[in-house]
Design a protein around this ligand. Structure first.
Ligand SMILES: *[C@@H]1O[C@H](CO)[C@@H](O)[C@H](O)[C@H]1NC(C)=O
Ligand SMILES: *[C@@H]1O[C@H](CO)[C@@H](O)[C@H](O)[C@H]1NC(C)=O
Ligand SMILES: *[C@@H]1O[C@H](CO)[C@@H](O)[C@H](O)[C@H]1NC(C)=O
Ligand SMILES: *[C@@H]1O[C@H](CO)[C@@H](O)[C@H](O)[C@H]1NC(C)=O
Ligand SMILES: *[C@@H]1O[C@H](CO)[C@@H](O)[C@H](O)[C@H]1NC(C)=O
Ligand SMILES: *[C@@H]1O[C@H](CO)[C@@H](O)[C@H](O)[C@H]1NC(C)=O
Ligand SMILES: *[C@@H]1O[C@H](CO)[C@@H](O)[C@H](O)[C@H]1NC(C)=O
Ligand SMILES: *[C@@H]1O[C@H](CO)[C@@H](O)[C@H](O)[C@H]1NC(C)=O
Ligand SMILES: *[C@@H]1O[C@H](CO)[C@@H](O)[C@H](O)[C@H]1NC(C)=O
Ligand SMILES: *[C@@H]1O[C@H](CO)[C@@H](O)[C@H](O)[C@H]1NC(C)=O
Ligand SMILES: *[C@@H]1O[C@H](CO)[C@@H](O)[C@H](O)[C@H]1NC(C)=O
Ligand SMILES: *[C@@H]1O[C@H](CO)[C@@H](O)[C@H](O)[C@H]1NC(C)=O
Length: 560
């Protein structure tokens, strides 16, 4: 507490001393005095801000002096006179007369026109040039590369065209280079790799093409690299892994391809990694997330990543934003997420190929989007609006995928699909589809092993009345028990209302999309002469066979 107050006092004294030095000494240079008046009239500034009778060093808004000389001019926040605002041109010729000018900040103050070529020749003391949001047009004069003391160059949010001049790579002191939100085209000059003092490089939202220079790996001071929203191609250079100071990496919304170099896992300072909306592909290597212990914000969305999400992700302590939507990522999440502290986390896993049961952990997330995957089973009780679950294979939920989609997905992977949403052996009889429902469904069992008609007769006790569940609209439903003890429902279908070719061709599709190792949907159980089909209530486990064989029985959904 006390140390705090002491520090505050020290800071105040320092401020006072500072203002004595900078403000109290009157402007001593006549040429600078007349140059200021020139600037005042060429820009059309108001007397209220720059009063003619008063000393500019102490009384003019935005003027900073040192020893009676002008060292800083800030036009931001100033307003022009009515006349001046009618034609807000980039008319600053008199700036050339401030030979000690270290800082020119015009951010937000309109300077329509282009950056004068003489800036690079005449403003040799310049350390800071902030021309953000000034409606500047034209190209960057290559002469800016002569400003050897320049530390910060902000030109973002203008209408600057042309290429990024390679001469900017000659600025030895440059620490901030922000060219974002302009109309730059061409490729990123590899010469920028020489900017060893650069901490902050923002080239986002331009029309840059070509590759990310691999030389960027030698920008050893870099903390923020933003190349978002360009048309960059090629792969992510492995050399970026050398950027040991890097805190934020944004390469999103480009056309980058190839896989993500696992070496990026060396970026021990990284807090944000955004590489979404590219054409990146392949698996996400485990080592990519092994050492990035400070990671908080990860966007990998809308690429072509496949395989599993590396489990090490869940052990990153600060991770609170993860967007992997729009890929082909797969795997069961339940076990992994269970160990994750989700209280503050916002995850988007939508539009992938995740599957399996949901656990109550998903309910703990601040928000989690699981939509458009293949999650099955029932939804945990604690799930509220923080969890988006549309377009999955979830039981008793609205807006889910078709049973057929789900069946095919699980079948292709040799996985057991647990929910037959519409049928449940413990809750007979079956609900008949509403009669006004045009697409009625018949479930037909496809078996990997042949299954004789006799076995069905056995299972249903010869279609006895005691096994009759009900007289259906399109056929009678019978309860049955297979030899294995598994309950089934068998439907006798009136063939005259059923087009054979339709479902045969559907089965054909099913066969093609299925992995040959997992399923041979070769023998479809019909009766000996096509008057019985089996409707299964859920998975039918065929006795014998290995694990794959055990789950090869699939439900197919057919229009009737
Ligand atoms: C700059 O200073 C020179 C003299 O050093 C003077 O001739 C010239 O008019 C000044 N230019 C402006 C724009 O004030
Ligand atoms: C330029 O001035 C504006 C307004 O005072 C300020 O917000 C901004 O930080 C300044 N730019 C730099 C680089 O300091
Ligand atoms: C300034 O830069 C230009 C273009 O990069 C160059 O041709 C010129 O020689 C430089 N002038 C000085 C004084 O350094
Ligand atoms: C660059 O400028 C833009 C627009 O002025 C701003 O949004 C962005 O934060 C800046 N980038 C950096 C890294 O400071
Ligand atoms: C680069 O940055 C370091 C540390 O901030 C500084 O000491 C050095 O003078 C800078 N180099 C140049 C050329 O400005
Ligand atoms: C991408 O950059 C273009 C060009 O600067 C800009 O018009 C657009 O708004 C940017 N898009 C996004 C999503 O930032
Ligand atoms: C940068 O990375 C590359 C490849 O990862 C490596 O060969 C090189 O030695 C590194 N350079 C520096 C300066 O660390
Ligand atoms: C992670 O760090 C460990 C120990 O610091 C190191 O042995 C390993 O090579 C690093 N892995 C990667 C991918 O950088
Ligand atoms: C990324 O791509 C998706 C799908 O094309 C699109 O919906 C989304 O808006 C894009 N994101 C950005 C930041 O442009
Ligand atoms: C996912 O994989 C399928 C099949 O290989 C492919 O058609 C599709 O384009 C992939 N989607 C993405 C986002 O990569
Ligand atoms: C989870 O995170 C919250 C919020 O950061 C924190 O309060 C809580 O202690 C954490 N729980 C565990 C088990 O780490
Ligand atoms: C998913 O839930 C079903 C019951 O709904 C259960 O039989 C099955 O074992 C569960 N699967 C996994 C992988 O936990």
């Amino acid at each position: 507490m006390e140390a705090h107050q002491v520090q505050l006092r020290v800071a105040l004294i320092f401020l006072l001393v500072n203002s004595v030095l900078t403000q109290q000494v009157r402007l001593s240079s006549d040429s600078e005095w007349s140059a200021l008046l020139d600037l005042r009239s060429s820009l059309g500034l108001r007397a209220r801000d720059w009063p003619r009778k008063a000393d500019p060093c102490s009384a003019w808004t935005g003027i900073t002096c040192q020893n009676g000389r002008v060292v800083g001019i800030t036009l931001s926040g100033l307003r022009r006179t009515y006349l001046g605002s009618r034609n807000p041109r980039f008319t600053v010729d008199s700036l050339a007369n401030f030979t000690l000018l270290a800082s020119f900040n015009s951010s937000g103050f309109l300077l329509k026109g282009s950056i004068p070529e003489w800036f690079g020749r005449s403003l040799s003391a310049l350390q800071l040039l902030d021309l953000r949001s000034c409606s500047i047009t034209g190209t960057i004069p290559p002469s800016l590369g002569n400003l050897s003391l320049l530390n910060s160059l902000y030109l973002s949010d203008n209408l600057i065209t042309g290429i990024i001049p390679p001469t900017l790579g000659q600025l030895p002191s440059l620490s901030v280079l922000n060219l974002s939100q302009n109309l730059f085209k061409g490729s990123i000059p590899p010469s920028l790799s020489a900017l060893r003092n650069l901490t902050n490089l923002d080239l986002s939202s331009n029309f840059l093409s070509g590759p990310i220079p691999s030389g960027f790996g030698s920008l050893s001071s870099l903390q923020f690299l933003n190349l978002y929203n360009n048309s960059l191609t090629g792969s992510i250079p492995v050399q970026l892994a050398n950027l040991s100071q890097l805190i934020e990496l944004d390469l999103g919304f480009n056309s980058l391809s190839g896989s993500v170099p696992e070496e990026l896992g060396r970026l021990g300072s990284l807090q944000k990694m955004l590489i979404g909306n590219n054409s990146l592909e392949g698996r996400l290597p485990r080592s990519l997330f092994l050492n990035v212990t400070r990671l908080q914000y990860v966007v990998l969305s809308w690429n072509r990543f496949d395989g599993n999400l590396p489990d090490v992700l869940w052990s990153i302590p600060q991770l609170n934003f993860l967007d992997v939507s729009g890929n082909n990522l797969t795997g069961v999440l339940s076990n992994l997420i269970a160990s994750f502290n989700a209280t503050r986390a916002m995850f988007n896993l939508s539009n992938n190929l995740f599957y399996g049961n949901l656990t109550s952990t998903v309910g703990k997330f601040s928000s989690i989007d699981l939509s458009s995957n293949y999650f099955e089973g029932s939804v945990p009780n604690n799930v509220g609006t923080n969890v988006v679950i549309a377009r999955n294979c979830l039981r008793s939920m609205l807006n889910q995928r078709s049973l057929e989609d789900c069946e095919v997905f699980y079948a292709e992977r040799g996985l057991t699909f647990y929910n037959d949403r519409s049928l449940d052996p413990t809750q007979l009889p079956l609900p008949e589809p509403a009669s006004n429902n045009k697409k009625r469904l018949t479930y037909i069992m496809a078996l990997g092993e042949s299954f004789t008609f006799e076995k069905i007769l056995q299972a249903t006790d010869n279609f006895s009345d005691t096994n009759l569940i009900k007289h259906g609209h399109s056929g009678d439903l019978f309860r049955g028990t297979l030899e294995s003890g598994f309950p089934v429902v068998i439907k006798r279908v009136d063939l005259s209302s059923f087009r054979e070719e339709t479902y045969m061709s559907e089965l054909d599709i099913f066969r093609k999309t299925s992995h040959p190792r997992d399923i041979q949907a070769s023998s479809i159980l019909l009766d000996d002469k096509y008057d019985v089909r089996i409707g299964s209530l859920s998975e039918v486990h065929v006795q014998g066979g290995d694990n794959h064989q055990n789950v090869i029985t699939r439900l197919l959904r057919m229009p009737q």
